[in-house]
Design a protein around this ligand. Structure first.
Ligand SMILES: [Fe+2]
Length: 213
């Protein structure tokens, strides 16, 4: 029963046709990479916990639609990886990063944390509570759809820098970055709706190859 539940959980992720029992063949593709972009935080944030809707020491809460993102970090054999550093950063609900080089004139939100670093736990699980970021203009004919930047790392695995997208957002269909990916890759980069305000986003890391006897 428990094993079936676990298998169903994996099947509900981004790649199908894989079981926990696979040991040697790399049945899963790793999550596609995406550019890091110019807004990785460079100013200190004391509070980088999993809840981005609230900043320590501030009385207010972030503007925007709250969403919980839960997922697991897996290797390409489908095994969960604990102790992985999952580092995320994103724009606020108005589409503005808390970064000195973001010249978007949308307002900053003093109550939005914007950056979080957590570690995957047992069974590779992690979660964040945040708000859906706003779309923001890049060029006159290009508006980035809501997305969250991820940097995922652990010794022994290739570091993954990517971007997570929100399901069914119309701007996904015309985004120059997301549309540069295959359908299969896009399916791994767009989170899945579990229920209202809860998304699942599983991440697959590839092992650094070693010459095992
Ligand atoms: Fe971005």
């Amino acid at each position: 029963m428990k094993k079936n539940n676990r298998r169903d959980f994996i099947k509900a992720g981004v790649v199908t046709g894989v079981t926990m029992m696979t040991t040697s063949s790399h049945a899963k593709s790793s999550t596609p990479k995406e550019i890091k972009g110019p807004f990785y935080p460079i100013t200190p944030h004391a509070d980088k916990d999993f809840d981005l809707t609230h900043v320590d020491g501030q009385a207010g809460v972030a503007e925007g639609d709250v969403v919980e993102i839960m997922g697991r970090v897996l290797d390409t054999d489908g095994n969960p990886i604990s102790g992985v550093t999952v580092d995320i950063w994103q724009a606020n609900a108005a589409g503005r990063y808390r970064h000195p080089h973001d010249n978007n004139d949308a307002p900053l939100d003093p109550f939005f944390q914007g950056w979080a670093i957590v570690e995957s736990g047992k069974e590779g699980a992690f979660r964040f509570k945040t708000i859906i970021p706003g779309a923001y203009p890049v060029m006159p004919n290009w508006t980035r759809p809501p997305h969250i930047h991820f940097k995922v790392s652990k010794a022994g695995y290739h570091e993954l820098v990517t971007q997570m997208y929100f399901p069914n957002h119309p701007l996904n269909e015309v985004d120059h970055l997301l549309q540069g990916k295959s359908n299969e890759e896009q399916a791994m980069m767009v989170a899945k709706e579990v229920r209202e305000q809860v998304l699942r986003y599983d991440i697959v890391l590839s092992q650094v190859s070693s010459n095992r006897m």
